[in-house]
Design a protein around this ligand. Sequence first.
Ligand code: ACO
Length: 376
Amino acid sequence: MSTYAKGLEGIIAAETNMSWIDGTKGILEYVGINIDELAQKSTFEETVYLLWNGKLPKINELDEFTRELRSHYRIPDVMKERIARIPKEVEPMHMLRTLISELSFYDPNPNDNDVASARQKAIRVLGQAPTLVAAFDRSRKGLELVEPDTELGFSQNFLYMLNGKKPTDTMAKAFDICMITHADHGLNNSTFAARVVISTLSDVYSALTAAVGSLRGPLHGGANEGVMKMLNEIPTIEDVEPYIMNKLKNKERIMGFGHRVYKAKDPRAKELQKLAKQLAEDTGNSDLFLKSKKIEEIMEREVASKGIYPNVDFYSATTYHCIGLQLDLFTPMFAMSRLGGWSGHIIEQLSDNRLFRPKAQFVGEHNVPYIPIQER
Ligand code: ACO
């Protein structure tokens, strides 16, 4: 009776109240609210509350949630010492995967898996992850660590800890829009990884660690770095056409294009495109935006018939660059935001758990004789 779907394509493997995606029309909603509306009107904190609670918060509920999140901005001193000892060549995603796992050392009850405990752990990790990333980035550059400022929101505080000065409102809002648009996206690979791990009743830290490991892959969250590398490799707008055509001729994938679910332009790409255009103009990076537009035009002409359009990673690359982020921090930004979605899915999984245990189709041989080692 079982059917086999390579890559589990098209298989429904969980229920969720969080994201709804229409891949044909290019629509994304969080708890029924269109992503464009959330990007313009909400904040990352409010969006995470929405995902975890299935409703928008009232003023006092948002205040309480924000206060709790900010109370977790600090990391234990021992983690700061730990960060100082990490070799500076280490990729930030490897650092983040390792240190999210290590946060469990400083949790007296790391294995508590009831829903209330899982929420507490999730909010702690969400508060601390930006501090880990900013601390590591400053440490590897030989700069003094900047303590978090609990007067600041999630996005403002992160940029402040990273750069040592408060961001402008425009930059903080742009970054916050990136956080909102990346927060959740159905049963994507990293979210599935988190749900698979927590379904064994392991622990929240293990599930989040697995998710970070999945996200860094170039076919998933790592694609935003690939997009920036590609933009850097193309010297001028005139070079875009031969560069892309050559890659397509060699059957290479263009990073930031294509999606397992969307066969239309990813709605998050539309939102980030507006942001990238504005920021590129404001920061003297218009060439990056123009090159991106040109790539999109060529891809539309060449591969739109296969349902290949820009995904979330395509314009987030220019956006992050214009915000002033170093290339290897792009995927950690995705992770910081997606911790919201991963945690929401962990909570959903724990609320109605069933162990994930699919089957593999055996395609090997039977009745193979055992040959003694001397005779092989
Ligand atoms: N560039 C060029 N051609 C592509 C691309 C691309 N980025 N993506 C898919 N195609 C082509 C394939 O070569 C294939 O062509 P063919 O039928 O002529 O052989 C066709 O489109 C279908 O490709 P599939 O591999 O079946 O598509 P799949 O659903 O498995 O792939 C994926 C989705 C992995 C995201 C793919 O589009 C890709 O590799 N994209 C580049 C990496 C990327 O941007 N990843 C980020 C995704 S969004 C996210 O995870 C946050």
